[in-house]
Design a binder for this molecule. Structure first.
Ligand SMILES: CC(C)(COP(=O)(O)OP(=O)(O)OC[C@H]1O[C@@H](n2cnc3c(N)ncnc32)[C@H](O)[C@@H]1OP(=O)(O)O)[C@@H](O)C(=O)NCCC(=O)NCCS
Length: 201
């Protein structure tokens, strides 16, 4: 794999080693910058997102609640130290507001595959194409720079917006895990498995 620096200017060069390639500068989309998420992003706003029932309804993080800023910093630090995942903050280009996160990982370097997961914490931004725009950018980067052969995602079947965003970005439904997860209501839900193969791999 190609190796380049994994840091934005304010993030010290550290922690990112094989098998990760290194993110030299933010990934840019039309409206957003995707930057390496470090402790600076561990704010009260981010903490509130993690305790919001709507935001976490389809996320596994709801089973491991982060109670305070110190815990959030530890969580972010542990992710920064990860050698198989990129956690990126989604920041608006015009107001420099942190509105959510998108993750590529864990990367399986044997098979050149990885998952993509995301959440838009700021509900003001829901339904405005953030997921579609950022999934497209991360997928292109995963293929062109990280040189992955395939990216995957899993979404609760009820999470129509998430599934739709991945499909718009060219992901196909590859499988259905029946009654795989438990919803907050107590009902069970299927999980839709999605994938996109790098056409140039
Ligand atoms: C699910 C989530 C990622 C969607 O992000 P988003 O930026 O609002 O999605 P987009 O605006 O790109 O919309 C994607 C598609 O879903 C549709 N959509 C948006 N909200 C919808 C809703 N509530 N119900 C049905 N469809 C919806 C959009 O119209 C769009 O479809 P289109 O391209 O055919 O018009 C976001 O709401 C979120 O982060 N939720 C909480 C965490 C989460 O569920 N993460 C995903 C885990 S897999």
């Amino acid at each position: 794999m190609e190796r380049v620096d994994f840091t934005r200017t304010t993030v010290p060069l550290r922690a990112r080693r094989d098998p990760l390639v290194i993110l030299q500068k933010p990934l840019e989309t039309e409206r957003f910058s995707l930057v390496c998420l470090d402790e600076d992003f561990a704010t009260d706003t981010y903490l509130r997102w993690l305790s919001d029932d709507d935001t976490t309804a389809f996320l596994e993080t709801r089973f491991a609640p982060v109670g305070d800023l110190l815990q959030l910093r530890h969580y972010v630090t542990s992710l920064l130290a990860s050698t198989d995942s990129y956690l990126l903050a989604i920041v608006t280009n015009d107001t420099r507001e942190h509105i959510g996160n998108i993750k590529l990982g864990p990367i399986n370097s044997h098979h050149s595959t990885a998952s993509i997961g995301l959440f838009i914490g700021s509900k003001d931004w829901w339904g405005k194409g953030v997921a579609t725009e950022t999934i497209a950018a991360v997928t292109a980067w995963a293929f062109d720079t990280v040189k992955l052969a395939k990216v995957c995602a899993g979404a609760y079947a009820s999470n129509v917006a998430s599934i739709r965003a991945f499909e718009t970005c060219g992901f196909s439904r590859e499988g259905l895990l029946r009654s795989q997860v438990s919803l907050n209501s107590g009902a069970r839900d299927d999980v839709v498995m999605l994938g996109k193969v790098n056409p140039h791999a």
